[in-house]
Design a protein around this ligand. Sequence first.
Ligand code: NAD
Length: 267
Amino acid sequence: MTNLSGRTALVTGSVQGIGLAVAKALAGAGARIALHGLPGEAQAPAALEAVRAAGAPEARFFGADLTDPEAIAAMMAEAEGWGGVDILINNAGIQITVSLEDADRATWDAIIAVNLSAAFHTMHAALPAMARRGYGRVVNIASVHGLVASVNKAPYVAAKHGLVGLSKVAALEYAAQGSRESGGITVNCIAPGWTETKLIEPQIEARAALHGGDREKGIADLLAEKQPSLRTSDPSEIGALALWLCDPVAHNVTGTTIPVDGGWTAQ
Ligand code: NAD
């Protein structure tokens, strides 16, 4: 069993969805959890309770708008003061489905800021200290859209492909730090396919509308189009993989993007 006692994990966008599931998985292995969300996040108290119940010896909420680099810098400095960031999970993300023609500048800027630039800022701040400690894990929650494209997702696909590239460079630059004994520094992406969270609700609703509002038919339709397993993922399944990547046994797994997509990107 992975033992993360004494380690601190910062998980961005972790009051719900995949982020909360990853935070709970790491908490279950004994990690201290730095939860993150927008400032004043209403779901923060319940999320803190959930990670403590999952086993986190300590948990604290950090509010920062990831579209603001200054707020990210302040959060990273605060987290370093709280015990340092041994594990960084860049999970926060937004998605807007719109054609390239209809995508406006604000949509592009927001998606690039949250899904890509924020990960650059957090990694830039956290990796040097990880190298000094000889152990560090960065797990970036990319997407199948970091590997392949779909229509009406230009800013999202661009951001996720960028996140995959950014992760590869960071993996190379930190590959030789630490040792097998200390655990080393690794940087990887997880690429989920359809995973049941609030993020995909607008797409489920749009597809359900084509089937007289039948939600299950809407989901089945989305799966049939892209995800050969015809099953959605549960966020806890992403959490289980993130936890494995944080284990010292994964010291030589770096610079990869691991799909959890029911075969989507095998096609
Ligand atoms: P979600 O909407 O439930 O969670 C996203 C989180 O990011 C939210 O807590 C939100 O508050 C936070 N966030 C968004 N903008 C922010 C900002 N400006 N500042 C601070 N926090 C902000 O969605 P999810 O499905 O759990 O998504 C998690 C990650 O997984 C995202 O990066 C998403 O792109 C990726 N992903 C999800 C799926 C899926 O099917 N659900 C598939 C592939 C990839």
